[in-house]
Design a protein around this ligand. Structure first.
Ligand code: TPP
Length: 307
């Protein structure tokens, strides 16, 4: 893995001057992932915050070839580009190695682009798909997605006398992707640069499809101070709500084990979207949340040979 000094010397592929919110987790993740690429990169970007905020016509914050895709087909777009690249390489029209990446939000990945993603993984294209996961449809004003956790307030999982926020637990997309049997799958977080760069580097060097699900906080939707972005994401990891692990050729490995597993309540307390859960009448939601996290964590530890 490159040192921090070496990484800092690499070209910035997502440059300053974009219009993402102060304290947004997405550009942190994107810059770290692209810094891990030691070869030229081509990006396809599904509709979402990252896309609209980095390409306000006639400007772009991208220093590299970049294609906007519709919500549902970023994986198909990058698969098409990669196929053309392979054909041109075979004909001797290109001789350098190029990496291909698709970025999508959780709405574009867990929900609307899932079939295109599944198809591209199954066909075995050599590309990296990154879900920058802020756990809701943030660009259109904070609606729930299938990545939104239990109990969270969003505009479509409201909080009141009838409902205590979202009533379903989130879908486990990382496991769904791993079930495709592709060579590299990982879960990471924008706040842990070493973990993310390491995983992105492995993904780029994978001869086949790779996938990284990276938790990237949205202070507007999660309702926290923009200055607390990194702290909040680290809490998700330390409460085992967002475990850091990878699946390399079917072998599970935990890449970070909290010294002390913190109660999920610490994570809930830190964000306005969960504030209502601290009321006594919603205690059962907090307990259900903790139970689910504990069960998932135990299952993961077993898969990783740690329990
Ligand atoms: C087919 C389609 N449906 C709906 C929209 C409207 N839309 C634009 S961005 C967005 C939400 C994107 O959410 P997500 O993928 O999680 O990315 P984020 O904005 O959170 O970064 C929606 C619903 C669209 N552009 N295309």
């Amino acid at each position: 893995m490159p040192t921090l000094k070496e990484l800092a010397k690499r070209p910035e592929r997502l440059t300053p001057g974009h219009r993402l919110c102060a304290g947004c987790g997405a550009p942190i993740a994107v810059r770290l992932i692209l810094a891990a690429a030691d070869k030229p990169v081509v990006v396809a970007n599904a509709t979402g915050c990252l896309e609209v905020s980095t390409t306000i016509f006639p400007y772009t914050a991208w220093n590299i070839p970049w294609i906007h895709s519709a919500f549902e087909n970023a994986a198909a777009t990058i698969a098409g580009v990669e196929s053309m690249y392979r054909a041109k390489r075979k004909r001797g029209e290109i001789d350098e190695e190029i990496y291909f990446v698709a970025f999508g939000g959780d709405g574009g990945t867990y929900d609307i682009g899932l079939q295109a993603l599944s198809g591209a993984l199954e066909r075995g294209h050599r590309f990296l798909y990154v879900c920058y996961n802020n756990e809701a449809y943030m660009n259109t004003g904070i609606q729930r997605s299938s990545a939104t956790p239990l109990g969270a307030w969003t505009t479509t999982s409201p909080v009141g006398r009838v409902l205590p926020g979202k009533t379903q637990w989130r879908k486990n997309l990382t496991e769904i992707v791993a079930a495709h049997g592709i060579p590299y799958v990982a879960q990471s977080v924008a706040s842990n640069w070493r973990d993310l760069v390491n995983k992105a580097e492995k993904a780029f060097h994978t001869n086949g499809p790779s996938f990284i699900n990276v938790l990237a906080s949205c202070n507007r939707g999660w309702r926290h101070d923009p200055a607390d972005t990194l702290k909040i994401m680290q809490l998700a990891v330390d409460c085992c709500i967002w475990p850091l692990y990878e699946v390399e050729n079917g072998v599970y490995r935990l890449t970070y084990k909290p010294k002390e597993k913190k109660p999920v309540e610490e994570w809930l307390k830190a964000q306005g979207r969960f504030r209502h859960l601290l009321a006594p009448e919603n205690r059962h939601v907090v307990e259900a949340f903790q139970r689910y996290v504990d069960e998932e964590w135990e299952r993961l530890l077993k898969k990783c040979g740690e329990a």
